[in-house]
Each structure stands twice: as structure tokens, then as C-alpha cells.
Design a protein around this ligand. Structure first.
Ligand code: NDP
Length: 247
């Protein structure tokens, strides 16, 4: 389906995992995808994959916790392409620790990337979209933001905050033809969840309505719906892609 031809998409955290799959999916739908992250080699690899499949992509390396770099990157993308149609805020980290032992830097690091990072990239992008009078923003939250999880107070706080941000922005930007939605993945097989032991995976499967871990493509399909023509009247929602881990 070439329903995103002529559109420019920025995907943060596109160097691997869910972000890479989202970038590949949007490019396959015809968007020109700006793949961002910190690891230059991995970003180049994402772009090569997209080019090999006949898609259009480029990469820009910056740290989303750096507000100046984020603003500058969005500005440059806009200058180069004349528009920013889609923003997928996907970059994220975990620093798991039980709360009473959590170091201030473990708290701060997660909030800086998973929440401040979204502010840094979205604000300049939203200004461009407002002038365009069109845009789609998708924030990758997590079911943990709604369920909580022992050992992930920092991550759950950041991901819950993203949901509040999503709903507020949906209200602020709707009149400018901009939709803002969140996706809450459950457990998706990526480097982030690779540390789970087989025993932990077994226990997890019993909590799922659909007894398998999710794939990065499962999440990419949901993003594709929200940014595509079918998603034009959907805003302010949290779409769970969790196999029923959270219902
Ligand atoms: P990965 O760890 O596989 O990838 C994370 C991505 O984020 C990488 O591309 C990384 O790029 C980028 N990133 C991390 N820190 C920064 C930073 N400071 N600046 C810029 N980019 C950064 O994670 P997943 O693909 O699994 O997760 C993607 C998103 O989905 C995250 O927001 C995560 O919280 C969320 N999620 C994942 C779930 C899962 O089960 N996997 C479940 C629920 C939510 P680089 O290293 O190049 O900087």
C-alpha cells in the first residue's frame, strides 16, 4: 500500500527493535523516513534495509534527551523536505531497580529519555504541523504505564506521563487536523526484553490472552493504522498491542 507517498516521517529510536520496524513499515507505505537514534552504524543499517526494499530514508544521529539537538534536527528535516507529516516518538530506555534502591540517576535517566525526549522532539514538530494544518503523532508508551510493575517505577512513571501528554496534545492540536495517539505495547521481542529468562517468559505467557510474545511488526502495524488514512478520526487513544496482557 502506497498510502503515505509524499509524506515525511520522523521515527526516533529507529536504529533497532520496534523503531526500526516502524521505519521500515512507513517507508514501505511510501513515506520518506528520517531514522533517528544515537548509534550511527545501526541507523545506517536501517536506512540500507529500507533502500534495499525500494524505500526512501535517511538517518540523523542525536540524543533525544538533548533539547537543543532535538530542536535543531527537526528544524533541519523541515528545511530539507519542506514538511513533517508524521512523528513517531519511540526512543526509550529502562533502568530497572526496586524503588527503595533506585538511584537518582536511574530515575532521571529514564525520565530524561522516555519523557523529556518526547517533549524535545514533539514541540518543534507540532509547530510545523500546526502551520501545515496536518500531522500525525504517535507516542510509544507501554502497558506498564497503566499496570505498574515492581522494579520499574521510573519507567512506569514516564510511560504513564506519556499517556497524559498524548491526551492533552490530542485536545490542543485536533482543530489543526493533527491527531495524537499512544500505543501501549506489552512484551515485544526486542533487545529491551532479551534479558528475560525462559522461566520469566513462561510465567508471562500465562498472563497473556494470546499466548505468545509480540513482534516488532505487531507494533509497526498499529502505528501504520494510526498514521494512515484509516486513522484520520482517531485521536487521544491508547491502543494496546499487548496480546491481552492488559485488558
Ligand atoms: P530497544 O532497546 O530495542 O531500542 C530502543 C531504541 O531507542 C533504540 O533505537 C535506541 O537507539 C533508542 N534510544 C535509546 N536511548 C536514546 C536516546 N537517549 N536518544 C535517542 N535514541 C535513543 O527498545 P524497543 O524497540 O524494545 O522499544 C522501543 C520503544 O517501545 C521504547 O520506548 C520502549 O519503552 C517501548 N516498549 C517496548 C516494549 C518491549 O517489550 N520491547 C514494551 C512496551 C514498550 P540508540 O541506541 O541508537 O540510541
Amino acid at each position: 500500500m502506497a498510502d503515505l507517498v509524499g509524506q515525511v516521517a520522523i521515527v526516533t529510536g529507529a536504529s533497532r527493535g520496534i523503531g526500526r520496524a516502524v521505519a521500515r513499515k512507513l517507508a514501505a507505505q511510501g513515506a520518506t523516513v528520517v531514522c533517528t537514534g544515537r548509534n550511527r552504524e545501526a541507523l545506517e543499517e536501517t536506512v540500507s534495509m529500507i533502500s534495499a526494499a525500494g524505500g526512501a530514508a535517511e538517518w540523523v544521529s542525536f540524543d533525544v534527551s538533548d533539547g537543543v539537538a532535538a530542536r535543531e534536527t527537526v528544524r533541519e528535516v523541515h528545511q530539507r523536505h519542506g514538511r513533517v507529516d508524521i512523528l513517531v516518538n519511540n526512543a526509550g530506555i529502562t533502568r530497572d531497580q526496586i524503588f527503595v534502591r533506585m538511584k537518582p540517576e536511574e530515575w532521571r535517566d529514564v525520565l530524561s529519555v522516555d519523557l523529556d525526549g518526547v517533549f524535545h522532539v514533539t514541540q518543534p514538530a507540532a509547530k510545523i504541523m500546526m502551520r501545515q494544518r496536518s500531522g500525525r503523532i504517535v507516542n510509544i508508551s507501554s502497558v506498564i504505564g497503566m499496570m505498574g510493575n515492581a522494579g520499574q517505577a521510573n519507567y512506569a512513571a514516564a510511560k504513564a506521563a506519556l499517556i497524559g501528554l498524548t491526551k492533552s496534545l490530542a485536545r490542543e492540536l485536533g482543530s489543526r487536523n493533527i491527531t495524537v495517539n499512544a500505543i501501549a505495547p506489552g512484551y515485544i521481542e526486542t533487545e529491551m526484553t532479551a534479558a528475560l529468562t525462559d522461566a520469566q517468559k513462561e510465567t508471562l505467557l500465562t498472563a497473556l490472552a494470546i499466548p505468545r510474545l509480540g513482534t516488532v511488526e505487531d507494533v509497526a502495524e498499529a502505528v501504520s493504522f494510526l498514521v494512515g488514512p484509516g486513522g484520520s478520526y482517531v485521536t487521544g487513544v491508547v491502543l494496546n498491542v499487548s496480546g491481552g496482557l492488559y485488558i
